[in-house]
Design a protein around this ligand. Sequence first.
Ligand SMILES: [Zn+2]
Length: 220
Amino acid sequence: MKLIGAKRFNVSKLSFLALAFGTLLPDRAQALPDLTLAVERAKMTIEYKRRAFDPSECAVQEGCIFNSGGRKLLLLDAGIRNMGASDLVIGNPYEHPALFTWSPCHGHFHMKGLATYRVLTLSGRQVARAYKQGFCLRDDRPKTLNPTPAKYTCDYQGISVGWQDTYDKSLDCQWIDISGVPPGAYWLEITINPNHVFQESNYSNNRTLIRINVPYHVYY
Ligand SMILES: [Zn+2]
């Protein structure tokens, strides 16, 4: 099973998905979802950790790290909000094989290309990258005063207007492998829906740059 990993990303395939996904778009052309990152939460939860991985672990098999053994990780929570005028509707993963891959190791579907994470030098050169495995896009937390009831689950996926899907950094693969990145100041770039697989009313708020400092000492 080919899973999305930093080395296995295929842009042309995702561009094709963007076209294929046209059938799932909301009815009214003017009312569209608008996905954006919960930036403060991302900033507040950044953490650096070393962790030892056995070759048999899912994280190794699914390409969430580049090698087994001791790795240096940058971890953070990712909340993806729909601040648009229309729900993001995806539906049953079984009916959308182009959007999901089945992960035999994790035992669930992984959505492809939901977000990209890159670590860049201050002059913009990439030094690390990862792909988040958004396996279940759903209504996790309401982010408006009078939210509609939660509608979307792992079985029928999407994000309602005003809701957020939150990925806690304790989840497997919710990190960037920064082994080999020297200590110092960098940009962390997070882009939601980077290939516009999901049609939105506004793409200008999809990319976030956060200034980070990779510490000299990172502990297990
Ligand atoms: Zn998984």
